[in-house]
Design a protein around this ligand. Structure first.
Ligand code: FA5
Ligand code: MG
Length: 601
């Protein structure tokens, strides 16, 4: 969802933090207790993750844990002891269950396995840049249900992390979620690398579907695909180093990265070679020669906001970070070259990308990459230097590594010029018939059916659920002076760059702190924008294109806030009649009253 009244949202967010996190903490504390009762793995004694950098966390979204409505279907099912079947596996249902039928319909589609589907082709392209020949195991993980431990705990998400809340994450039951990111499998894949390291693999890629309760617009969908990539290097002891100068330099440390070997690896990267004027594999020359404008004005790390880990040296991380960034930029160059050939982007204007410092619980330092696309910044991926504790847990303490997580749809949108993320789910031949392996294709819009806008205005209920009568004279809040992203950046960290609007990815369920749609969502103690999105999606399905906050005011007299959202309905496949949209919209309104307790205006 886009926000037009963002300043207010942020002020409200910071005020409410204490109240909500207390509520949320009681939920996570209860779960921690029950986990303690069942989770008796004595091996799990790895050290706690380092604390988050101060000041970065406020905008990770609000952990608004709502007890399920006692009258809801999930409650009734839970009472009757029903279980849910997801990907042919049964999971007992409990009060935490919040997966709608509409979401379940997406499970099992496995678009990344469907030959000539743009997501399949994009996965293949990514795998070709991080191939088995280069030491990356190319993996898939079809079952989307993971444990809370895998999705959050193992990765060092604090107990009160907002991404754990039921407003952001689909819970199958108290202990299982639909994975919110492919990083849920990091620990397992790093553990498997322990064996593979001896067989010559030092990294992996993984492609899977992931699920998030999220906003509605052309680059966000509640079910999307991510690819995770990781690369490790073995640390060595001083006496393993041949170069006497280097040996001396690291003698004071127990184990260190073999800097010489690391530099050699860096100097093998095609983009490094091209930029240094060295020889390069002729097959890769065209791609490396792409004039990519990568803006990277921030230092790779910053003690206050994007710190090095205690076990790493600056020299090591400069090298690992360069390896990561050049590897990713090379992938982007591959995408842009194909997009140029298909006539999607200009051959003369260099594509713009930018690196931005960010925060994830499982990497430090961390960055995001954004691409300038259709007149705004589009977030493509998050990445960073893996937390050493994670590698220790995985049984490869003698390694250092980087990892990234890419939004596959976002990359496919660049690659084929696909304007709306809903299209990836289309079964229409006019869509699917357009893409073929080995061909640079520009998506041909086969239809542009008219949109239909409907507004819904309502009074947000009190925290205790009461709704006073609205309709009184109200004071309209002044419009914000900067966009949501800019305001967050301005407040949340010195390392963040200048304010500018961006179409970001949701970050809270994956641990990111800034510019997530969840951040931008309206959070009130008793209203969360993601809950509205879920209702609209559940009822309108693929007929909804966008939901935007268009008005907000606070009545001093009533001490009550009113919000107005504009819902844009548009089918990708036919013209909608006003009557059918009215019917759908009326259902949305009724459901909002029933489930969100709002008073419609
Ligand atoms: C993550 O999910 C981290 N797990 C990435 C990571 C991996 C970081 C390994 C460090 C190490 P993030 O929440 O930013 O990060 O999501 C990654 C990408 O997924 C985003 O950059 C965006 O391209 C895409 N994405 C996020 N939300 C959506 C959505 N609702 N619809 C489509 N794409 C999305
Ligand atoms: Mg992000």
């Amino acid at each position: 969802m886009q926000l037009t009244r963002t300043g207010c949202a942020l002020r409200a967010t910071s005020r409410r933090w204490a109240t909500i996190s207390n509520r949320f903490l009681s939920f996570t504390a209860a779960r921690a207790q029950s986990n303690a009762a069942t989770d008796t793995n004595p091996a799990d004694t790895s050290p706690a993750y380092p604390p988050r950098p101060p000041g970065l966390y406020l905008y990770g979204g609000i952990g608004q844990f709502k007890q399920p409505n006692p009258g809801s279907e999930s409650q009734r099912s839970a009472d009757r002891g029903f279980s849910s079947t997801i990907d042919d596996k049964k999971y007992p249902k409990d009060l935490h269950y919040n997966v709608s039928k509409q979401i379940l319909e997406h499970v099992g589609r496995k678009l990344y396995l469907q030959p000539n589907h743009p997501l399949y082709l994009t996965r293949k392209l990514i795998e070709s840049a991080f191939s088995e020949d280069q030491g990356f195991n190319n993996r898939l993980e079809p079952n989307p249900v993971v444990t809370v431990k895998e999705n959050f705990d193992d990765l060092g998400f604090p107990a009160d992390h907002p991404g754990r809340s039921r407003t952001d994450t689909y819970y199958v039951n108290q202990d299982h979620v639909l994975r919110t990111h492919t990083s849920a499998h990091e620990l397992k894949l790093f553990s498997e690398l322990k064996e593979d390291l001896y067989a010559g693999s030092h990294g992996y890629t993984l492609c899977s579907d992931v699920f998030r309760r999220d906003s509605i617009d052309r680059s966000h969908y509640p079910v999307f695909h991510q690819m995770e990539g990781a690369r490790t290097w073995r640390l060595v002891t001083a006496n393993e180093i041949l170069d006497p100068n280097e040996r001396e330099a690291i003698a004071s440390h127990e184990r260190r990265l073999n800097l010489r070997a690391m530099k050699d690896d860096l100097e093998r990267l095609p983009l490094w070679r091209y930029r240094a004027g060295r020889d390069i594999d002729p097959k890769l020359h065209d791609q490396a020669a792409l004039d990519l404008k990568a803006e990277d004005p921030h230092p790779n790390f910053d003690p206050a906001t994007n710190p090095l880990q205690p076990s790493h040296t600056a020299e090591e991380i400069e090298l690992v970070a360069s390896h990561l960034k050049l590897s990713v930029e090379f992938l982007l160059a591959k995408v842009f070259r194909q997009a140029q050939r298909a006539g999607i982007i200009s051959r003369t204007e260099p594509p713009r990308v930018r690196w931005i410092p960010t925060y994830f619980p499982f990497t430090s330092p961390s960055w995001e990459l954004e691409v300038w696309w259709q007149d705004e910044w589009l977030e493509i991926l998050g990445c960073g230097i893996s937390q050493q504790q994670l590698l220790v847990k995985a049984g490869i303490p003698e390694s250092v590594g980087w990892a990234w997580g890419i939004g596959v749809e976002r990359l496919a949108m660049l690659l084929y010029g696909i304007p709306d993320i809903r299209l990836f789910w289309s079964q229409d031949r006019r869509f699917l018939g357009q893409f073929r392996e080995g061909e640079a294709t520009r998506f041909q819009e086969f239809s542009k059916y008219p949109e239909c806008y409907k507004d819904v205005a309502f009074w947000v209920p009190d925290a205790d659920g009461k709704v006073e009568n609205g309709g009184e004279e109200a004071e309209t809040l002044p419009p914000p002076t900067v966009g949501i992203e800019g305001e967050q950046r301005a407040v949340d960290s010195v390392a963040t760059p200048s304010p500018s609007p961006s179409s970001s990815g949701a970050a809270a369920p994956a641990g990111g702190h800034n510019r997530s749609s969840s951040d931008s969502a309206q959070h009130h103690p008793s209203f969360h924008e993601n809950d509205l999105a879920e209702i609209v999606r559940d009822i309108a399905g693929p007929l909804v294109e966008n939901v935007t906050l268009v008005d907000e005011f606070f009545s001093e007299k009533k001490r009550r806030r009113s919000l107005c959202y504009r819902i844009m309905y548009r089918s990708l496949e036919r013209t909608l009649t006003n009557e059918e949209v009215n019917e759908v919209h009326e259902k949305v309104r009724r459901r909002m009253e029933e489930q969100l307790g709002v008073e419609l205006r």
